[in-house]
Structure formats: structure tokens, C-alpha cells
Design a protein around this ligand. Structure first.
Ligand code: HEC
Length: 147
């Protein structure tokens, strides 16, 4: 029963990501397309982590959090000046205050590192908290820097 619920939700996630990918990437090329792809992967990885939390599959959580962390480390390099034109949803504020954007990416990286550590310690409560905090760093940056 539990297993079929998990399989079902993975199936739904896989389907919805396909729709998002087709819609959001409309016409994007080059570095804009590359960063959109990386963000779509992050979204998938968050969902993977969420499902793995239910199953207490700490290894999957640590692996997915590591991918998110690695992306966070290079994220600012994917936002060169002048890359905010449509279809990008990047806010012009990124280039008006690039230092704050870099700080948001750094906070995201630190939160991902905390999740990796929590998952490695196999402490369920700590891992859930670290997951929530990581997800907050996504929303926080989107609020400030995504249109
Ligand atoms: C440091 C800032 C920052 C962080 C942290 C961040 N994002 Fe984003 N995200 C953006 C910006 C800016 C865009 C818009 C990119 C564009 O359209 O050029 C974006 C776009 C996206 C998109 C749309 C991609 C597409 O196909 O158009 C998704 C999905 C997304 N982010 C998910 C996430 C998730 C999930 C996390 C956390 C695990 C996260 N983001 C963390 C800044 C951030």
C-alpha cells in the first residue's frame, strides 16, 4: 500500500515536471536555457527528497542535496549581465545588486550543506528541518530576484 502510494506520487511528479519543462523553456537558448534546466532539476530533486523523507531513505536525500549544493556553488556564473531578456524570468534587480544575489545563492548552498550533514547523520527530525530551511532559500531568492 505505502509502496504504491510512493510510486504513484513519483509518477505524478514526473508528469508535472514534463509539462513545466515544455512550458517554461519556450524559446530559451544558451545560458538562459542551461540555468532553467538546472533549476528544473533542483525542483525534481526537492520532490525526490520529499518522497525520500517519507521512506527515511537518507542516502537518496544526501545525493539529491549534493546536486543542489553543487548547482548553488556555480549559480551566479549562469547570470551574466544582459541575460535577463524574455523568455527569462530573471529580475533586473539581479544586476542592480549582484552582491545580494550572490548572498542568496550562498545561503542556499549553506542550507544544502546542512541538509547533506543531517541526512548523513540519519536523524529524521533534523533532516526534515534542514529540508524546510533549504526550500525556504528557494522561495526567498525567487521573491527577491524572479519576476
Ligand atoms: C539565488 C537565487 C535562487 C535560488 C537559491 C533558487 N532559484 Fe530558482 N530561479 C531563480 C531565478 C532568478 C530564476 C529565473 C531564471 C530565468 O528565467 O532566467 C529561477 C527559476 C526557477 C525555475 C523555473 C525554471 C524554468 O524552467 O524556467 C524553477 C523550477 C526554480 N527556479 C526552482 C528552484 C528551486 C526548487 C530552488 C531551490 C532548491 C531554487 N529554484 C533556488 C533564482 C533562484
Amino acid at each position: 500500500m505505502i509502496r504504491s502510494v510512493i510510486i504513484l506520487s513519483l509518477f505524478i511528479f514526473a508528469g508535472s515536471s514534463l509539462i513545466v519543462t515544455v512550458d517554461a523553456h519556450d524559446g530559451a537558448t544558451g545560458i538562459v536555457k542551461q540555468r532553467m534546466d538546472r533549476f528544473s532539476e533542483s525542483k525534481q530533486q526537492l520532490k525526490q527528497i520529499q518522497a525520500a523523507l517519507g521512506a527515511q531513505d537518507f542516502k537518496t536525500i544526501a545525493t539529491a542535496a549534493t546536486s543542489i549544493r553543487d548547482w548553488a556553488r556555480v549559480m551566479p556564473d549562469y547570470f551574466p549581465e544582459g541575460s535577463g531578456e524574455a523568455p527569462s524570468k530573471a529580475s533586473p534587480r539581479i544586476w542592480e545588486s549582484f552582491d545580494s544575489f550572490v548572498n542568496e545563492a550562498k545561503a542556499h548552498e549553506i542550507a544544502a550543506d546542512a541538509l547533506i550533514l543531517a541526512a548523513q547523520s540519519e536523524q529524521q527530525d533534523e533532516t526534515i528541518n534542514a529540508f524546510k530551511q533549504l526550500a525556504q532559500t528557494c522561495s526567498s531568492c525567487h521573491k527577491a530576484f524572479r519576476q
